[in-house]
Design a binder for this molecule. Structure first.
Ligand SMILES: Nc1ncnc2c1ncn2[C@@H]1O[C@H](COP(=O)(O)OP(=O)(O)OP(=O)(O)O)[C@@H](O)[C@H]1O
Length: 608
């Protein structure tokens, strides 16, 4: 009983949530849905009453003028109602598509705004896929709104029909209701089986959308596909998952067949009962039950059954659509993980950080990726972080930028815990360049400012591009900074090299003119000369700013005031380049020498 109550509460919450959003997206949608439902049920009742009138007039009254009057009225009202109904219906159908798009957009908005921790959580990404399927595929938002309309139509029609049938035996009504309940159970089972099959198919759909979207449609991957001759391997994945999907659809179809058979048997039994009982009535009480009444009652009972059945079916559909839409609601309502306060960051250009006993493990993992980190980054210091792969360097800067909060310990900005500051303001302090430049297929200018370009000043963008070392390349382009990256949206778009993309990403950080600069292997795809130039540029650009550099090229640490050597999530060495080089047994010395060997002779190395 409690489970039933919980389920009902959940379903009503979902229905209310979806209706509320629908109403936000279109104020006229729900009122017009109700109007359409009212027109449909009015027509059913009206036609029933008129059919009795016509038949009785034909058999008993036999007055041509009166008959003509009734027929003209019947056709006139039907014509008018049909015109209004089809106008509303077409409008609702078009609006349905628009509303579906808005629901999709809401998922995209949530994906871009939810805490970063969710973005790196495969379970949440899976939930997002299921939420998307929930509004677009099985069930779906359109099915939901259509069924809501069906239910309103059915309720209004049932009320009208019960009024017409009020002097008919209650026993017939009861028998019919029992049959309708069986019908409901059969339909319920069918829907349940379909829902479970759909759940099983979610993994296949995920693989299809991955193959379609990220492997095949992303034309950057096509280089690998050609050069490694991997199309057969990808197609075999397609076939493998296609087979699984087909097997599932066959299962759904065969289980549907059984259920539809039961539903049909019940339908025809109901029809038999109606005709048989009413025929008996006409024979036994001919004065009360005219032929017109017989026709009207038959149609009314038949309509009553179909309306109640349709109402149950729609209720069942809504019940299961709610399961899909619940996934949508859950995704949209994912609560924030990080505690976000609202204190303003005092206007300042001197920002110092302190990590105090900070430990961190990724959510769901036991292993600490950072262990008891104690580190001060004084204002305007340039700190280099070095270490082997997986040492925890990127994780460290994720904590600095508050993409995650520490598990233990605290991070202080000018002696205050960073958690107390307004989150947006806090993140605005940083200009960042990551290893993956993430240049979008927009114009160069849009990539630099990442805002609507109308408010962007062209000369500032050009200046930033020049400072990042890619100004010459942009200067010679016909459309300058308005040139598209890639040719997906514009034939005149430009395919930049990996290094050039990285320079554009650096220009993006320069444009932001943030107080604290973070560079996570910013020169990973640059040639040695470009790297040298960029480090000189970054040296100048970060003058008077607090900056953190992560780089595997240890020569770059020379532009930094201090170096922290990370190893297995701990800081094992800290000091300036010269200080660390003095410790010949230290990790830093060994890493530096290992790299230097490739560039200078052994004699020169020993002089460093
Ligand atoms: N989102 C994540 N979820 C779980 N574990 C993660 C996640 N990101 C990183 N890790 C793990 O945390 C550890 C530290 O990763 P991190 O990226 O901080 O290392 P790094 O020093 O920057 O390495 P690299 O030099 O290769 O970039 C690694 O063992 C990595 O597998």
């Amino acid at each position: 009983m409690k489970k039933l109550y919980n389920n009902l509460t959940m379903e009503f919450n979902v229905i209310f949530f979806i209706l509320k959003l629908t109403n936000e997206y279109s104020k006229a949608f729900l009122p017009l849905t109700i109007l359409l439902a009212l027109i449909s049920s009015f027509l059913t009742i009206y036609n029933l009453l008129m059919s009795r009138k016509i038949i009785d007039e034909l058999i008993l009254g036999k007055q041509f003028n009166k008959l003509l009057e009734i027929i003209i009225l019947l056709i006139g009202v039907n014509l008018l109602m049909h015109i209004i109904r089809s106008i509303i219906f077409r409008w609702l159908q078009a609006k349905n598509q628009f509303i579906k798009k808005r629901f999709n957009l809401e998922i995209n908005k949530k994906t871009m705004s939810m805490d970063y921790e969710y973005v790196e959580n495969p379970k949440i990404l899976d939930a997002k896929e299921r939420a998307l399927s929930g509004i677009n595929q099985s069930g779906g938002i359109n099915t939901f709104t259509n069924n809501i309309r069906n239910i309103i139509t059915c309720i209004c029609t049932i009320m009208g029909l019960l009024y017409i049938l009020n002097d008919l035996s209650i026993v017939i009504i009861l028998i019919l209701i029992i049959m309708i309940i069986f019908n409901y159970i059969a339909e319920s089972k069918r829907q349940k089986a379909e829902y479970h099959s759909w759940q099983k198919n979610a993994k296949n759909n995920k693989m299809f959308s991955y193959l379609d979207g990220e492997v095949i449609k992303d034309y950057k991957a096509s280089k690998y596909i050609r050069l490694y001759d991997s199309s057969e391997m990808i197609l075999s994945r397609y076939r493998q998952f296609d087979k699984k999907s087909q097997r599932l659809f066959r299962l759904i179809s065969s289980s549907n067949k059984k259920h539809y058979l039961i539903i049909n048997i019940l339908d025809y039994s109901q029809k038999f009962i109606i005709y048989f009982t009413l025929a008996l009535k006409v024979i036994s009480e001919p004065s009360k039950f005219t032929i017109g009444s017989f026709t009207m009652y038959t149609s009314a009972l038949y309509n009553l059954i179909s309306s109640i059945t349709k109402m149950f079916k729609s209720a069942v559909k809504i019940k299961y659509t709610c399961k899909y839409l619940k996934l949508y609601k859950e995704f949209i309502e994912l609560p924030p993980i990080l505690c976000k306060n609202n204190e303003h960051i005092p206007a300042n250009t001197n920002y110092s950080f302190e990590f105090s006993n900070v430990s961190f493990a990724y959510p769901g993992m036991n292993k600490l990726v950072l262990k008891n980190i104690n580190l001060k980054i004084p204002s305007k210091q340039k700190l280099a972080i070095v270490g082997l792969n997986g040492a925890g360097k990127t994780t460290f800067i994720k904590l600095v930028m508050r993409l995650y909060d520490p598990k233990n310990g605290e991070i202080l900005l000018n002696d205050n815990n960073i958690k107390k500051y307004n989150y947006r303001e806090y993140q605005n302090l940083f200009g960042v360049v990551f290893q993956d430049s993430n240049i979008l297929s927009f114009t160069v200018k849009e990539n630099i400012c990442l805002e609507n370009s109308s408010s962007t000043q062209n000369d500032i963008v050009i200046e930033c591009l020049k400072n990042a070392g890619v100004g010459d390349k942009i200067d010679v382009l016909e459309n300058g900074a308005d040139t598209y990256v890639d040719r997906i949206f514009d034939d005149k778009g430009i395919e930049f090299s990996g290094g050039e993309m990285q320079k554009i990403a650096i220009a993006r950080a320069i444009y932001k003119n943030a107080s604290i600069m973070i560079f996570d292997e910013p020169t990973a795809s640059l040639d040695p000369l470009a790297e040298y130039e960029i480090f000189n540029t970054l040296h100048e650009l970060t003058y008077g700013k607090t900056a953190v550099f992560i780089s595997h090229r240890l020569s770059s640490t020379r532009i930094c005031d201090c170096i922290a050597v990370f190893h297995n999530g701990e800081i094992i060495q800290y000091g300036s380049h010269d200080e660390l080089m003095k410790d010949r047994e230290g990790k830093y010395y060994k890493m530096f020498m290992a790299q230097a060997q490739y560039y200078v002779s052994n004699d020169e190395v020993s002089c460093i």
